[in-house]
Design a protein around this ligand. Structure first.
Ligand SMILES: Cc1cc2nc3c(=O)[nH]c(=O)nc-3n(C[C@H](O)[C@H](O)[C@H](O)COP(=O)(O)OP(=O)(O)OC[C@H]3O[C@@H](n4cnc5c(N)ncnc54)[C@H](O)[C@@H]3O)c2cc1C
Length: 428
């Protein structure tokens, strides 16, 4: 590394992993010289764990997202750029943006995350949207609220039943959280708002292809979550894979269920970082990285977070969750700092388990810390406090805590807003 010109670190993606690299490099700029460029296709950092609450009208968008430029405003060595990366010139050391620009790097960190996957059925996406961005969340909110509005004006009982049927595909944490929140919204929070329909009769159906929901948790916590969801009025269908989705129905296990709102929470696919680098990826598109999170043959390129796969959790794969992305980001920052001081030794990344959490409605949750398992209201409080703690800024912490307290006490969800138009195409 040259001591003359500042070492240029380019970080692609200002999600949990990318921001952790940036934070980990704080204070390293003066000696022997460092400059950082953060590139993201969006102008905001998003707290994805609470996205389902925007989708179900609990929180407003601005409570879970912050402009990246503002977050990094005090870091004079950091430049923030809005741009979509479309490739990497590995040998020439350039990040290639889709608008034709190129950024030279000395060290590169790819932290571009993942999106939902439809297992080869991308044609289902317009009918069964997933939840990954703020736009996804507001579009899901719009679909849920529009369906209720249309049901209020529908005189045909069969159509009305379809408009009051909400299907969630995938029984992982996101599917469980969405199902619980939609059941509470329809069965409890909105029951006084409509005159011609009884929202308590809304059908919330959670479809899971595997034998149990929350398969990454222990079976007793899965059982508990299943019972807690059923108490909220969620119907759970296990062991049935979805075989078709369109604008008016979902098909699974040979059954066709008429539904206007179908939400997808069944799978993820990593960003195409492996393809940009010309490296092999696993079935979910994640790049297999070296023990120190670099790519084979290129110690100056790191891949972290949801877009990487590594067996660094006592020999098991590191889970695709926010704490893992943050830990990887901090490890990369340490590596770059050591290299700037002349220490070029590669140190393996090791994941420290920080627990597996999922919430079921506004009164119950399950937590698996490995050494202890907690469920019920105590787990919900731990979940709530942890999420408030990890939000950025005092204002957001207070705003979210107040929104939750308000809904807890009054049942009023203030974010029941239908915004933008419904672009869903008609199917056959
Ligand atoms: C709905 C939902 C709920 C979740 N709940 C939890 C939870 O409760 N607890 C938990 O620990 N984890 C949860 N996760 C997972 C967690 O959010 C991810 O593991 C984490 O965000 C991964 O961090 P990352 O830095 O790899 O990617 P991300 O945080 O996704 O960041 C990727 C960034 O890269 C940018 N980007 C992508 N492609 C490009 C490109 N071509 N050019 C420029 N920029 C690009 C994106 O805009 C984004 O800002 C949840 C995820 C979702 C979707």
């Amino acid at each position: 590394m040259s001591a003359a010109a500042p070492h240029h670190v380019v970080i692609v993606g200002a999600g949990f992993g990318g921001l952790a690299v940036c934070h980990g490099l704080a204070g390293a700029a003066s000696r022997p010289g460092l400059r950082i460029t953060v590139v993201d296709q969006r102008n905001h950092h998003l707290f994805q764990p609470l996205l389902y609450q925007v989708g179900t009208a609990v929180l407003a968008t601005s409570e879970i997202a912050w402009p990246i430029r503002h977050l990094l405003r005090r870091r004079k060595e950091v430049t923030t750029l809005l741009g979509v990366v479309g490739g990497i010139d590995v040998d020439g050391r350039h990040v290639l943006l889709e608008d034709g620009a190129a950024l030279h790097f000395d060290s590169l960190v790819l932290a571009t995350g993942a999106r939902h996957a439809y297992f080869g059925h991308d044609e289902w996406e317009p009918y069964a949207p997933g939840l990954k961005t703020l736009e996804d969340a507001t579009s899901i909110r719009r679909r849920i609220l529009l369906s209720l509005e249309r049901a209020e004006r529908e005189s045909d009982p069969e159509r009305r039943a379809a408009l009051l049927t909400f299907v969630i595909v995938g029984g992982g944490p996101t599917g469980v959280e969405l199902a619980g929140a939609i059941a509470e919204l329809t069965h409890q929070n909105l029951r006084e708002d409509f005159r011609l329909i009884d929202t308590r009769k809304a059908r919330v159906l959670l479809i899971e292809a595997g034998p149990r929901i929350l398969s990454s948790f222990t079976p007793d916590l899965s059982d508990y979550a299943q019972r807690a969801l059923q108490r909220l009025g969620v119907e759970i269908q296990l062991g049935s894979a979805v075989t078709d989705c369109n604008d008016h129905a979902v098909t699974y296990g040979g059954q066709v269920v008429a539904a206007d709102v179908i939400l997808w929470a069944a799978g993820v696919r990593a960003s195409p970082a492996a393809a940009w680098l010309g490296m092999p990826a696993d079935n979910a598109g994640r790049m297999k990285v070296e023990p120190d999170l670099t790519i084979p043959g290129h110690p100056e390129i790191f891949v972290i977070g949801d877009t990487a796969t590594i067996n660094a959790w006592h020999g098991n794969p590191v889970p695709g969750i926010a704490p893992a992305a943050k830990q990887m980001g901090l490890h990369v920052a340490q590596t770059i700092k050591r290299r700037l001081q002349g220490d070029m030794r590669a140190r393996p990344f090791r994941y420290r388990n920080s627990g597996n959490l999922a919430t079921i409605g506004k009164r119950s949750a399950v937590i698996d810390f490995g050494w202890i398992k907690i469920r019920g209201w105590l787990a919900w409080w731990i979940w709530g406090l942890a999420h408030i703690y990890f939000l950025i800024g005092l204002r957001n912490r207070l705003a979210v805590a107040l929104s939750w307290l308000w809904i807890y006490l009054t049942g009023n969800r203030s974010a029941c807003l239908i915004t933008q138009v419904d672009h869903r195409p008609k199917s056959r």
